[in-house]
Design a protein around this ligand. Structure first.
Ligand code: C2O
Ligand code: CU
Ligand code: CU
Length: 411
């Protein structure tokens, strides 16, 4: 389905019937009867208002993961609103074109609400990106990839524990065993790992390259061809695929689970389309310049705390100065992987020691979430442009609900 405009949109969260594809129906928590909810589209520089209606039987809130917006519309746990009520979010969208990920964020209930179906993609558009002529319309395909447990009646179920949640089947855009009929053309896949805990190792079954043009915070400066990409929870990818020569089906797979995520079936139809020029500089990415030594270190050790402190709603752990570039260090000892996420700013990774010992192309550009494996130490540069209270947390949502989250204040 085509994306919907953000301004004036009402998102209704409630339990509905869902179509799981292949003639299977079921039931899930949905936004506007979809699991995922509608793909929302918004122009950079605009200030849409989205109203969320809570038709669940418990409090909820919507966090616009990837959007840098004021605290009161960031959808944080303390902003949850009760069942049967609604909340309007007016979102000043000032950032560059990017794929973002909206999902609930209520205290202690985030993991369950997301796993039971509440999630969706939000695309920001801008002129810099439009000028590139990347594949658009039906050639631009959001892929919301996750795992799920589904019972005999087709109901999504959830049995996560502090250690995590691994569903038994993949769901892509809410569909089991999905396929896409593809013409001989270029395609743009906008990928989000919407799983609570599962990390995907994406590749094509025939090893064909995926051209990475963007990450969490939008376009990279240069496209890079990759045969495999590790995607942590809530991380996003902007991929361009040249399918002009496709004669036989090819599958997007997860090399860790062995799952087929998406079957691409060629129609053999030639499409006249201007091929995107990816061999030149795609965009200008401001490079943050900051201190050589970290001013703060965050240790993700067990699964319930950061720096030994367990999240307490309303408690503020530290203060940061607005407008200053800081270097922050993240280290992990035990219970990996930890997909580290920060609200309120995008950041840049500058180094990884221990563990995998390097940064990867899909960690380039502006990021808001990155994967921290055991014994790794990762440095980032970050600058906050808005004052307010924001969060750092593990995006393995079971760790987050178990307390692996801190609240800080930008002043
Ligand atoms: Cu996508 Cu605070 O999370
Ligand atoms: Cu976020
Ligand atoms: Cu974690």
């Amino acid at each position: 389905p085509a994306p919907v405009a953000a301004d004036g949109l009402t998102l209704t969260a409630r339990r509905t019937a869902v179509d799981l594809g292949g003639g299977r129906t079921g039931s899930a928590l949905t936004y506007n009867a979809g699991c995922p909810g509608p793909t929302i589209e918004v122009q950079s520089g605009s200030t849409p208002t989205i109203t969320v209606t809570n038709g669940l039987d418990e409090p909820t809130t919507v966090h616009w993961h990837g959007l840098v917006v004021p605290t009161d519309v960031d959808g944080q746990p303390h902003e949850a609103f009760p069942a049967g009520t609604r909340r309007a979010y007016t979102l000043p969208v000032q950032q560059r074109a990017s794929l973002n990920f909206y999902h609930p964020h209520p205290h202690l209930r985030t993991a369950a609400q997301v796993a039971l179906g509440l999630q969706g993609a939000l695309i920001v558009r801008d002129a810099e990106e439009a000028a590139l002529g990347l594949p658009a319309g039906r050639f631009e395909v959001p892929l919301v990839i996750r795992d799920a447990n589904i019972d005999k009646q087709g109901t999504l179920t959830y049995n996560g524990r502090a250690s995590g949640f691994l569903g038994g089947v993949p769901l892509v855009n809410g569909v089991l065993n999905p396929y896409l009929r593809v013409d001989r053309a270029h395609y743009r896949f906008r990928v989000v790992n919407a799983a609570n805990s599962r990390v995907f190792r994406l590749a094509f079954s025939d090893g064909r390259p995926m051209t990475l043009v963007g990450t969490d915070g939008g376009l990279l400066e240069h496209a890079v061809d990759l045969s495999e990409i590790t995607l942590g929870n809530a991380e996003r990818l902007d991929l361009v695929l040249d399918l002009r020569g496709l004669t036989a089906p090819v599958q997007l797979v997860d090399r860790d689970s062995g799952w087929t995520l998406l079957d691409l079936r060629p129609t053999q139809a030639d499409v006249s389309q201007t091929a995107p020029v990816l061999g030149r500089q795609l965009s200008v990415v401001e490079r943050l310049v900051g201190p050589a030594q970290p001013s703060r270190t965050f240790s993700f050790d067990g699964m319930t705390a950061i720096n030994g402190v367990r999240y307490q709603m309303g408690a503020t752990s530290f203060q940061v100065q607005r407008g200053q570039v800081e270097r922050w260090r993240f280290v992990a000892n035990g219970n990996p992987p930890h997909p580290v996420h920060i609200h309120g700013a995008s950041f840049q990774l500058v180094g990884r020691t221990g563990g995998r010992g390097q940064l990867f192309p899909w960690e380039g550009g502006w990021k808001d979430t990155f994967l921290l494996l055991d014994k790794e130490s990762v440095d980032i540069l970050i600058r906050f442009d808005l004052v307010g209270r924001y969060l750092i947390h593990c995006h393995k949502l079971e760790h987050e609900d178990a307390g692996m989250m801190l609240d800080f204040e930008v002043v």
